[in-house]
Design a protein around this ligand. Structure first.
Ligand code: GTP
Ligand code: MG
Length: 205
């Protein structure tokens, strides 16, 4: 496992654009967008900070349910990252949950520029409620999905690899998975390579 990106990282230029409460507030549906999705507290915002090599670009929190909007970051004029609201947090009021479920479904159905979804899961608790639904939405809308089994620093290498192999066995065709840690940057090179494909960025050394 590598501890640093060993390839050129084009995502360091990312900058904050908007926190959208409604789909209408999103930037025009053009270019390339990749969404980071996953349960609340899974580590989406931390993964974005590690990817972009910026400590506090995306707000992270010990309090689950923090990101309640779609937060957009520009990489360049054509390419964006979307930090989606986390799901599965019990304390979010039922009405708000239902609202976001609907918004998310529409986002997946309608967003033409969505080139891929990075589905973030805690490696110790993968494939929980709604993770499967997220995979299904991706499959139905034909959006490729890459699972980031994050917080791998919490496990030894053997159990982390075992968790990865177990998850890979259950994946639908076209979906991929890797081990990741925002804390020690495990898997960063692999993530950059996957994103470069979706964003159509030619690798540089
Ligand atoms: N040890 C360790 N902790 C992590 C890692 N990634 C995230 N965390 C911690 O997990 C907690 C949640 O991380 P966030 O990145 O805020 O999670 P999120 O998925 O964006 O959460 P919401 O915005 O609430 O949906 C924070 O306390 C992070 O410091 C990791 O790779 N290793
Ligand atoms: Mg977040």
């Amino acid at each position: 496992m590598t501890s640093k990106a060993t390839i050129y990282n084009p995502y360091r230029s990312a900058c904050y654009v908007i926190s959208a409460h409604k789909l209408q507030q999103l930037p025009p549906d053009e270019g390339f967008e990749v969404a980071f999705a996953g349960r609340s507290n899974a580590g989406k915002s931390s993964a974005i900070n590690t990817l972009t090599d910026q400590k506090s670009l995306a707000r992270t929190s010990k309090t689950p349910g923090r990101t309640q909007q779609i937060v957009i970051f520009d990489i360049d004029a054509e390419r964006r990252i979307a930090d989606l609201p986390g799901y599965g947090y019990a304390k979010v009021p039922a009405k708000l949950k239902a609202h976001w479920q609907q918004v998310m479904r529409k986002y997946f159905e309608q967003r033409q520029c969505l080139k891929g979804v990075v589905l973030v899961m805690d490696i110790r608790h993968p494939m929980r409620e709604f993770d499967q639904q997220m995979l299904n939405w991706c499959a139905v809308s034909g959006v490729p999905c890459h699972l980031l089994l994050t917080k791998s620093d919490k496990l030894k290498r053997g159990p982390a690899q075992a968790a990865l192999l177990k998850v890979r066995k259950t994946l639908p065709p076209g979906a991929t998975a890797q081990v990741f840690s925002s804390k020690n940057r495990t898997g960063l090179t692999e993530l950059i390579s996957r994103l470069n494909e979706w964003y159509e960025i030619a690798p540089r050394v």
